[in-house]
Design a protein. Structure first.
Lengths: 428, 178
C-alpha cells in the first residue's frame, strides 16, 4: 500500500509511537509569536526548564499587536525579546523587520518540503502549501516543542480534495476555500489533513496555495498540504540554490514526498470551480458562505485587507487593480495591512500603496491587528466589516461586530460601493 | 491525577469557538488567574438569555455541550479559563482537535459521547451531578433533586490521552520520556 505525503512526512520524523494511533514526531521548525509564547516562557522559567532544544530551529516574531498598544502587550514583546537574546535565537523578528508570522516565515525560506512545523497558532496550517506538515498547537505543546523539539499527533488521516475546472476572472483561492469550507462544514475535516490536488492547485502560485491551506483549519482540519513542485522550488530557489544544481533537480528531489498513486485516502472530493462565483460569509461561522451576489447590498462600515490569509503582494495587486483611479465610498473607512515589510516595500515600488492611499485607505504597518480584534481596526457594536481575514466568529473583530470574509478583490469592491458587491463589475 | 466530575452546566449549542470561551482581548494576560472572570464572555446563543455570570456556571465543574466544541483559535487560554474556574471535564459530541489536545495536555478531560447520549443528558432536569469511572470508562449523570433520575453512558478515551491525564499532562510526560 502506498503512502500519502503526510504519511511519508510522519514516517520520516517518527520518534515514538506510544500507541499505534499516537505518534510523537521530531519537529524541524518551532515558530513562536508574542501571544502564545510568553506564557510558555514564563511557565518554563517557573519550572526551572528555561531551555531551548535548538535555537536555530526556533523562529520568533512579534506580530499580533505591534508596535505594542499598552503595557501588557509591551511586556509580552519584552518577554519574547529577552528570551530570544538569552537563548541566541537568531531568527527573531522585532519591530521594523516583523510581519504576520504565516507570511513572514515562508518569505524567509524557513519552510521546506517534507518539514514538520508547529506553532501556537491555529493558522500554522498555512505552511502546508510548501509540502510540509504544519499544525497549530496550544501552549503546552509549544513548551514541549521549545524544550524537546517534539510533538505528538494522532496517526494521519488524509482527505483528498481535487480542485478542477477553469477558474473565472475575479475568482480566487479565497473563494475556492470558502466554497470548500461550506461543503465540508466547520468540523467536516476534524482530525484530517486535507491534501489539495488537481489542475487548479497545480497552476496556483505559492500565495494562493497558502490561502487555501491557511483556512483548512476552519473546516476543522489538522492541516492542509500541497505537493511540492516547480512552483515551490522556484519560490524557494534563493534559499536552496546551494543545495541543488538546478530548479529541476530540486523538483525531482521534492517528488520523493509526493503521495503514491496507490495511497489510501479516507475521503476524496472533487470540486469543479468552473462555475464558481466570488464567495462571502454571513453570520458567525466560516461555513456560512454564499455567492457574493446573494449578499449584495449589505451595508459595510469598515474594509480590512490584510492577515495571514490575504495580506500578500498578489492580494494587494488584486485589490489595487480596481481601486486605481477610484475613491472609497464616503461612509466607509478602509484599512490595509501589508503582511510583511517586504510586501510593504514591494507595494511601494509598484505604486500600489499610492493607489490605496489615493483611494482613501489607511495603510498600517504589518501586524495581525484587527483580524482578531486586538488592535488597529476593532469594530464597535453593530458595525460591519468586509474583510480578507479568516474568521467571522461573533465578537472576533470587536464585541457586537459582524465580519464578512471575502477575497481582496471583493473587499476592494465593497470599499468602492460601501456595500457587499460582486467585484466582477469593476473588471475591465 | 485530578478528580473528575461534579456539578454540570449545559450549553445547548454546537461549534462553540475559543474566541467565545475567552475573547482575544484577554490574550495579553500573562497569568491564568486573570482569565477567571471572562469565561464564555462572548458566547452567543440565539434566543437563549445565556449569561456568563450565571451562578450555576460559576458552581459548575463539568460543561456539557454539542458538536465541535472548542473550534477556531489554538489558544490554550480557553482551557485555562476553564481550569481556573475549577472545571475539570467537558463532555461533548465532538471536539476540535487543538482544544481537545490542549485539555489532555493540561491533564484535564475532553470526553466525547454519542449524540443520543448527549441528548439524554440534556433531558435531565434541575441540578445534575456527573461522576466518572476512568477504569470502566463510564460517566454517570444524576439529578440532584426531583426523582433523582440517573443516566449512565460509556465512553472511550484514546489510551495516550488517558496516559497524559494520569501523568498530569504532556509537559510532565514528555519530560519523563524524551
Amino acid at each position: 500500500m502506498g503512502q500519502t505525503i503526510a504519511e511519508k512526512i510522519f514516517a520520516a520524523h517518527l520518534l515514538d509511537t506510544p500507541t499505534p494511533n499516537n505518534m510523537v514526531l521530531d519537529i524541524d521548525v518551532v515558530m513562536c509569536h508574542e501571544i502564545t509564547t510568553p506564557i510558555a516562557i514564563m511557565d518554563l522559567m517557573e519550572k526551572g526548564m528555561d531551555r531551548v532544544f535548538d535555537p536555530n530551529k526556533i523562529k520568533a516574531v512579534i506580530d499580533h499587536v505591534t508596535p505594542p498598544k499598552d503595557s501588557k502587550t509591551a511586556t509580552q514583546a519584552k518577554i519574547m525579546r529577552d528570551w530570544s537574546r538569552r537563548h541566541n535565537i537568531k531568527d527573531f523578528f522585532d519591530i521594523g523587520r516583523n510581519g504576520v508570522c504565516h507570511a513572514l516565515f515562508p518569505e524567509k525560506g524557513f519552510i521546506r518540503p517534507g518539514y514538520t512545523v508547529i506553532m501556537g497558532d491555529s493558522h500554522t496550517c498555512t505552511h502546508g502549501a510548501f509540502g510540509a506538515f504544519a499544525a497549530g498547537i496550544g501552549t503546552t505543546d509549544l513548551e514541549v516543542g521549545i524544550l524537546k523539539g517534539v510533538c505528538a499527533f494522532r496517526a494521519p488521516r488524509t482527505m483528498k480534495i481535487e480542485v478542477t475546472g477553469d477558474l473565472q476572472r475575479g475568482v480566487f483561492a479565497k473563494d475556492i476555500i470558502l466554497k470548500i469550507i461550506k461543503e465540508l462544514t466547520v468540523n467536516g475535516a476534524t482530525d484530517h489533513i486535507i491534501e489539495f490536488r488537481g489542475s487548479v492547485v497545480e497552476q496556483m502560485d505559492m500565495s494562493s496555495r497558502m490561502t487555501l491551506c491557511n483556512m483548512s483549519v476552519e473546516a476543522g482540519a489538522t492541516s492542509g498540504i500541497c505537493l511540492p513542485d516547480k512552483v515551490t522550488a522556484e519560490y524557494l530557489w534563493p534559499f536552496i540554490q546551494n543545495d541543488y544544481d538546478s530548479v529541476e533537480a530540486a523538483v525531482s528531489e521534492f517528488e520523493k514526498w509526493h503521495s503514491d498513486p496507490d495511497a489510501a485516502y479516507e475521503k476524496s472530493i472533487i470540486v469543479d470551480v468552473t462555475d464558481l462565483k466570488p464567495q462571502a460569509t454571513y453570520a458567525f461561522k466560516p461555513d456560512h458562505v454564499k455567492n457574493i451576489d446573494e449578499l449584495a447590498g449589505t451595508r459595510i462600515d469598515q474594509i480590512y485587507i490584510g492577515s495571514c490569509t490575504n495580506g500578500r503582494i498578489e492580494d494587494l495587486r488584486a485589490a489595487a487593480s480596481i481601486l486605481k483611479g477610484r475613491t472609497i465610498n464616503e461612509h466607509v473607512r478602509a484599512i490595509l495591512t501589508p503582511a510583511t515589510p517586504l510586501i510593504y516595500s514591494q507595494a511601494l515600488d509598484e505604486g500600489l500603496i499610492k493607489i490605496f492611499m489615493d483611494s482613501g485607505f489607511c495603510v498600517l504597518n504589518p501586524t495581525c491587528g484587527a483580524c482578531l480584534g486586538m488592535s488597529c481596526g476593532v469594530l464597535a457594536e453593530g458595525e460591519v466589516c468586509a474583510s480578507t481575514t479568516n474568521r467571522n466568529f461573533n465578537g472576533r473583530m470587536g464585541k457586537g461586530g459582524m465580519v464578512h470574509l471575502m477575497s481582496p478583490l471583493s473587499a476592494a469592491a465593497a470599499a468602492i460601493t460601501g456595500e457587499i458587491t460582486d467585484p466582477r463589475q469593476f473588471l475591465e | 491525577m485530578k478528580e473528575f466530575g461534579g456539578q454540570a452546566f449545559f450549553i445547548d449549542r454546537k461549534d462553540i469557538n475559543t474566541d467565545e470561551i475567552i475573547p482575544a482581548k484577554y490574550l495579553t494576560e500573562n497569568s491564568k488567574k486573570a482569565l477567571k472572570p471572562h469565561l464564555l464572555e462572548d458566547l452567543h446563543i440565539k434566543n437563549n438569555g445565556f449569561d456568563p455570570h450565571d451562578k450555576e456556571l460559576q458552581e459548575a465543574k463539568v460543561l456539557i455541550s454539542r458538536t465541535n466544541f472548542g473550534c477556531g483559535s489554538s489558544r490554550e487560554h480557553a482551557v485555562w479559563a476553564l481550569e481556573v474556574n475549577d472545571i475539570n471535564l467537558v463532555i461533548a459530541e465532538s471536539f476540535a482537535r487543538i482544544f481537545r489536545q490542549n485539555m489532555f495536555n493540561c491533564g484535564i478531560m475532553a470526553v466525547e459521547l454519542k449524540a443520543a447520549d448527549i441528548d439524554k443528558l440534556f433531558s435531565l432536569q434541575g441540578k445534575v451531578i456527573i461522576t466518572v469511572d476512568l477504569d470502566l470508562e463510564v460517566i454517570k449523570a444524576t439529578e440532584e433533586g426531583g426523582d433523582q433520575k440517573s443516566i449512565t453512558c460509556g465512553f472511550s478515551l484514546n489510551p495516550f490521552d488517558l496516559q497524559l491525564v494520569k501523568t498530569g499532562g504532556w509537559l510532565a510526560y514528555a519530560d519523563q520520556n524524551y
